[in-house]
Design a binder for this molecule. Structure first.
Ligand code: TTP
Ligand code: MG
Length: 351
């Protein structure tokens, strides 16, 4: 494999953190989120014991209580989860040359160099999994392939505490429903269903012109993924100025149409000063925590907020989703430092 990308996702994360804090919970069904006394509200997650009774993320508490009255119901304790998440990410980062945390409990990692130390990818995955377990006591599942989209699907394949290595992406994807591709939301899936596309292989094999006629050019990216051709890679999240990014999280999730105006505010806050950029990326996190990123590249590097705004709005226009949005982010990458830019006079005064 040319590039090796891992997607790591913690198992029943909020519930696992609570079990770590209170080991007496182990073996019992545990659900985190709204409490039975609230009557309204939903579960954030449930441990695997509680899932046997049908409890799931986003399930109304009233329904959960009917299915499993004896579960332990706990409120969300974000401070605890953030703390555990930071420890997990710290461990994982040491194995990656590029690291992109997608949410509190998942990350993409470029492990191309790391895996050379192991006889096979499975063992590399096992090493990462054991390292996280040893340092934090928490379980994760890992997908490994040459495509971030495939690895994302693969990490969910053998949960909990699973490792799934995919060598033949096209074959692995073939029989799965199209909604499994990260970014293909319910609305897009329904529209694809209308033209007879249900499985990923049907998207892979569909006539390209038919797809473009029905959806526009943006769908071709998904067709390439369906064909096992994805070279997106992992965005570097740390280190010296490889990218400039800003994010905004909403207290109340917003509709996708409202994002156009907010994007202007995010772009305004980008610390663009001395850099030109060639790639503009948009990140959206939906209310169910699904996170997608899309990028667009320019022919030449520019230092222009209005170009950045124009591009992210164009990317947004290509995303079809009825889901509400909880976070938007803009990232500029492929940066060129403008060395010849005049220094502000204050810099000389301080010297
Ligand atoms: P997930 O990784 O989707 O779920 P999980 O870690 O609980 O379970 P799995 O083993 O299947 O990965 O989400 C991570 C955390 O995000 C989850 O523990 C709680 C929170 N969350 C919500 O608050 N609401 C939601 O609807 C979802 C899906 C997750
Ligand atoms: Mg998880």
């Amino acid at each position: 494999m040319e590039q090796v990308i891992a997607h790591v996702d913690m198992d029943c994360f909020f519930a696992a953190c609570e079990e770590k804090m209170d080991p007496s919970l182990k073996g019992k069904p545990v659900a985190i989120g709204a409490l039975p006394s609230y009557k309204r509200g939903v579960l954030s997650t449930a441990n695997y014991e509680a899932r046997k009774y049908g409890l799931r993320s986003a399930m109304p508490i009233s329904q959960a209580v009917k299915l499993c009255p004896d579960a332990v119901y706990l409120p969300v304790n974000f401070a605890l989860y953030r703390n555990e998440s930071a420890k997990v990410m710290h461990i994982l980062k040491q194995f990656a040359t590029a690291f992109e945390q997608m949410s509190i409990d998942e990350a993409y990692m470029d492990i191309t160099a790391f895996v050379r130390r192991f006889p096979n990818l499975e063992e590399a995955g096992r090493y990462m999994q054991d390292s996280v377990k040893e340092a934090t006591g928490l379980n994760c599942s890992i997908g490994i392939s040459n495509s971030r989209y495939v690895s994302k699907i693969a990490s969910d394949f053998k949960k909990p505490f699973g490792i799934t290595v995919v060598e033949d992406a096209k074959n692995f994807l073939a029989e799965l429903p199209i909604g499994k591709i990260s970014g293909v939301g319910k609305k897009t899936a329904a529209r694809l269903n209308e033209i007879g596309i249900f499985k990923i292989k049907e998207l892979a094999d569909c006539d390209r012109f038919k797809l473009i006629d029905n959806f526009g050019n943006w769908v071709i990216g998904f067709q390439e993924i369906a064909r096992g051709n994805d070279e997106t890679g992992v965005f570097e999240d740390y280190g010296p100025r490889k990218s400039i990014s800003r994010e905004m999280t909403f207290q109340d999730d917003i509709g996708i149409d409202e994002c156009y105006d907010w994007l202007e505010k995010v772009v305004e806050r980008l610390d663009l000063e001395d850099y030109s950029f060639k790639t503009v990326s948009l990140k959206l996190r939906f209310s169910n925590f699904e996170t997608i990123t899309r990028d667009m590249s320019l022919k030449i590097a520019v230092n222009s907020r209005s170009v950045a705004l124009d591009k992210v709005r164009k990317i947004l226009a290509g995303i079809n989703s009825e889901d509400k949005v909880r976070l938007i982010g803009v990232r500029l990458s492929n940066l060129i430092y403008e060395e010849n830019k005049q220094l502000p006079i204050t810099d000389f005064c301080e010297a």
